[in-house]
Design a protein around this ligand. Structure first.
Ligand code: AHR
Length: 528
């Protein structure tokens, strides 16, 4: 070998080694999982969604009308329905949000050409044709195979208006309202899974004090009744009271104190909680596309606050309700960034990147760890608004990275939580320190162990070694979701940049090993 050849050989070898270094130098994190130590059920309803009459969430996102050239079933987009069916969406909260406390349901029933045009003063003062009303929402719910979570108007409505809405939706007996529903094409009563008694009543829902709200809540709970005979007993409608939106506990105290003394005449089954990830606080200023690594770490740091928030509210709830009868329903959560440039700021349009897929997994894992109390949650929002699953533009549709996180988590619905012990390590950037990994496990009814692992590190992979006790692990398969950069997104022109890919997992002698790519969400299913 001449000297020139030797030098070339050496430099090529060094180059090869250098490219392997990130993987060789990857930190190893040990997980211990004992699947015989199962905990609470991860209620499928924590994977719920929120579809408010806001911007293009309903109109264009779901509803295009039966005469549209966009393929639809009775006015509802077929492509959106097909995509959502894949997520097994357990419940959808509608019609708001702030919009709920301005909504008068009678304006949205009957022949569409006779419905009044109103102003959506909650969101941009745009004209609302009321074309997407109760029966269209129920049709959508039935098409995607979900359950309705209906929020009634406490702020500008009356108990009578809400009670009549429930009668319209649920009466089986031939009352005048049930006959009106039948005349509108729906003789069978609808099943309503959950009823929200107002929304953010401390703010857009009427700026009420906790005590004033509590007295309203009792009246609505007493008189807004589900009349569907099929919902007596086990399948009963759950009544969800307004809960806190700030980390103090005054509101939770007031509602839970009242609940603790409730009589036969009224009851609630859940307390709602709203908490958004707004990295620099309101008004939202963080960009949702072309953002920096600083923004990435700040966003994840900010989202992890959910854990403390839940714990604080749970302490109060546990005092008044040690048996955990009242659910903590996180019925608005997700990332809230600056509006996309060129969009109507009142429409809350933002992009969705791998950062959001990770942010979603971190929150879902927190909910699962609190599964004993947190039995419902609704990401805000479903389509075209905030941290959406789907973005549409006329006939075009794109599935977001958050959509894929939800898809990968489908097997966790109603699985049994299994604790994972680990030292998460640290990932620090720009003075912000994050856990390097997060992990969550659950057992399915057919005996599989599911393991979710999130690598928060934007640059480095992580090796995982997991001890699997309580089962004879034989094989494992899994998928991972990542992007080439922290701000990787799917677009109408490049819809598959951030999509799940199969991952190589080794299982041997009761141990599992896998390498997680930087900024990734991974779900593995382990069979015995
Ligand atoms: O999701 C957008 C808005 O955020 C909701 O309408 C309101 O409840 C919350 O403040």
């Amino acid at each position: 070998m001449d000297i020139v050849y030797r030098l070339r050989f050496l430099s090529r070898t060094l180059l090869l080694l250098a490219s392997a270094v990130p993987f060789l130098s990857a930190q190893t994190i040990h997980l211990s999982i004992d699947s015989s130590k199962a905990g609470a059920t991860i209620d499928r309803n924590i994977f719920g969604q929120f579809a408010e009459n806001l911007g293009h969430g309903l109109y264009e996102g779901i509803w295009v009308g039966p005469d549209s050239s966009i393929p639809n079933t009775r006015g509802i987009r077929k492509d959106v329905v097909a995509a959502l069916r894949e997520l097994h969406v357990p419940n959808v909260r509608w019609p708001g949000g702030c919009f709920a406390d301005q909504y008068h349901w009678r304006k949205g029933i009957g022949p569409r050409d006779k419905r009044p045009a109103t102003v959506n003063s909650a969101w941009g003062d745009v004209i609302d044709t009321n074309a997407f009303g109760t029966d269209e929402f129920m049709d959508f719910i039935q098409q995607i195979g979900s359950t309705p979570y209906v929020s009634v108007n406490v702020g500008s409505g009356t108990p009578q208006e809400a009670a009549e809405w429930l009668e319209y939706m649920t009466a089986a007996a031939p009352t005048t309202l049930a006959k009106e529903r039948a005349a509108n094409g729906h003789p069978e009563p609808y099943k309503i899974g959950m009823l929200g008694i107002g929304n953010e009543s401390w703010d857009c829902g009427g700026a009420m004090t906790p005590d004033y709200y509590v007295s309203q809540m009792k009246v609505y709970s007493r008189f807004v009744l589900n009349m569907n005979p099929a919902q007596r007993g086990k399948d009963q409608m759950l009544k969800i009271a307004v809960g806190p939106g700030t980390p103090d506990t005054e509101w939770t105290e007031a509602v839970m104190k009242a609940w603790n003394k409730h009589s036969w005449a009224w009851n609630i089954n859940g307390l709602s909680l709203h908490w958004y990830t707004v990295p620099n606080g309101f008004p939202p200023s963080t960009k949702s596309e072309n953002f920096s690594l600083d923004d990435y770490v700040k966003s994840l740091k900010s989202t992890l606050f959910m854990e403390d928030f839940l714990r604080k509210q749970e302490e109060v709830m546990d005092r008044y309700d040690p048996d955990k009868k009242v659910t903590l329903s996180v019925d608005e959560w997700g990332a809230w960034y600056a509006p996309l440039s060129g969009s109507n700021p009142a429409f809350l349009v933002q992009q969705n990147s791998i950062r959001d897929a990770i942010l979603a997994s971190l929150n879902l894992n927190i909910f699962a760890r609190h599964a004993g109390r947190v039995r419902m949650a609704n990401i805000a929002q479903m389509i075209n608004v905030l941290q959406a699953m789907i973005l549409t533009d006329k006939e075009k549709l794109v599935l977001t990275p958050t959509y894929y996180t939800f898809k990968m988590y489908v097997p966790f619905q109603d699985a049994t939580f299994v604790p994972v012990s680990f030292d998460a390590g640290n990932y620090t950037h720009g003075g912000v320190s994050l856990p390097r990994v997060d992990a969550m496990a659950a057992k399915t009814q057919d005996g599989k162990l599911l393991l979710e692992m999130t690598n928060l590190d934007a640059e480095k992979p992580v090796n995982i070694d997991a001890d699997l006790a309580g089962m004879q692990a034989r094989s494992a398969t899994g998928e991972t979701l990542t992007g080439t950069a922290v701000d990787s997104i799917n677009t109408f022109d490049a819809p598959n940049r951030v999509t799940p890919k199969p991952i190589v997992v080794r299982v041997e002698g009761g141990k599992l090993s896998v390498t997680l790519e930087p900024r990734s969400v991974t779900v593995i299913s382990i069979e015995q």
